[in-house]
Design a protein around this ligand. Structure first.
Ligand SMILES: *Cc1c(COP(=O)(O)O)cnc(C)c1O
Length: 375
């Protein structure tokens, strides 16, 4: 591939020496897990976001599980969750014995549809998980209002939205609790799995802190207030993330700069190609996803030009084999189903050179011009 979708070599190139130093220092320190480097990273995220409680955990999936458990999700409890998302947003509910109640999404943005949300609330509903995907954010005003009306707890799946804003407030802190994932592909990618839980709610903060480490309070060892998990963050991961957080805003600005070139070039290709351009300055461009009528043809065309793309996500969650037991049909979630056939993610990362960005724009534009000639 001339222009790869994931370019980890370029994304981590600047840190090669730093990573060697971190692995050496941690490896010879006798302190491997949940020690001073993890505390330092939690404090750094606290300063960056303003969150009252920051709890470092092993990965974003586990952050969702811990929060749902802290919120009282288990058998007989329903959790409203988008029909179009990464599997964790729904599997974490089901693995605790709760019932995922899928909500359809907006046909262009792929975000949870507040009207459909309100229709699917029942007396057993306890939590709603608005999810921010790619570079777009769920409509938190509308969802928070519905949640207040129906006494639902709002767990914001902000796994990919560290640094994004809505109405002047940070993604992750727009509901009752949120999380950020540091899986290497994510905007702040680490050297391994990792995530943090963020919340201003004292109970969710205190309980999450215990659940990540076998129900211990971090003060008295081998005293277990509750049954918990081994879902802790490693010192190597934390140390690297503290280092990278120092240049995170610069990385986000570069991502936004590339996205604005894409937005400008593809905005004129509507309706064949549709892009989300609103709230540009407030968003974090984790992946750049467009909607294309001829998605599969466009993908092959780009492939033939050496440009690698990805499909996020090829199937709506309720239709995954793992959720067959819920008995859903495609017509239950028409927008989620339609989006899976139209979404295409283009390469975008902070270290991407300008000429590669231009090559992608040229190829997408030329594909569109050829299609026009043939209709
Ligand atoms: C990546 C992701 C997660 C899970 O994070 P991991 O650290 O990979 O477990 C959850 N939700 C969304 C929307 C994600 O993109």
């Amino acid at each position: 591939m001339k222009i790869p979708f994931f370019n980890y070599a370029d994304r981590y190139a600047e840190d090669r020496e730093k990573i060697k130093e971190i692995v050496y220092n941690v490896g010879t320190s006798d302190n491997f897990i949940l020690k001073e480097r993890v505390i330092e990273f939690e404090e750094a995220i606290g300063r960056y976001t303003g969150a009252k409680h920051v709890i470092a955990v092993a990965n974003g999936t586990t952050a969702l599980t811990i929060l749902l458990k802290a919120m009282g999700v288990g058998p007989g409890v329903e959790v409203l969750t988008p029909a179009f998302s990464f599997i964790s947003t729904a599997s974490s509910i089901a693995l605790l014995g709760g019932t995922p109640v899928f909500v359809d999404v907006d046909p262009l943005t792929g975000m949870m549809d507040p009207h459909d949300l309100e229709r699917r609330i029942t007396p057993a509903s306890k939590v709603v998980i608005p999810t921010h995907l790619f570079s777009v954010m769920a409509d938190m005003n509308a969802i928070n209002e519905i949640a207040r009306k129906h006494h639902l707890i709002v767990l914001e799946d902000s796994a990919v939205a560290l640094g994004a804003h809505q109405n002047g407030a940070m993604a992750g802190l727009l509901g009752d609790a949120g999380l950020y994932s540091f899986f290497p592909a994510k905007p702040l990618g680490g050297i391994g799995d990792g995530a943090v839980i963020v919340t201003d709610n004292d109970d969710f903060g205190r309980i999450s802190r215990m659940l990540r480490n076998h129900g211990q309070d971090g003060i008295t060892r081998f005293y277990h207030h509750m049954l918990g998990y081994n879902n802790r963050m490693d010192e190597t991961v934390a140390s690297y993330l503290t280092h990278k957080l120092g240049r995170y805003d610069k990385l986000l600005n570069r991502r936004r700069e590339i996205a604005s070139k894409y937005n400008e070039a593809f905005g004129s290709l509507a309706p064949m190609i549709q892009v989300v351009t609103h709230a540009h300055e407030e968003r974090v461009y984790y992946t750049y996803v467009l909607q294309a009528d001829k998605r599969d043809e466009l993908r092959s065309y780009l492939q033939s030009r050496g440009i690698e793309t990805q499909i996020y996500y090829p199937s709506a969650l309720p239709l995954q084999p793992a959720f067959a037991y819920l008995g859903h049909k495609p017509e239950d979630f028409p927008n989620a189903e339609a989006i899976t056939g139209r979404s295409l993610a283009l390469p975008l990362y902070a270290e991407m050179p300008d000429d590669h960005v231009q090559d992608v724009i040229t190829a997408v534009t030329e594909f569109h011009a050829e299609v026009k000639i043939h209709v």
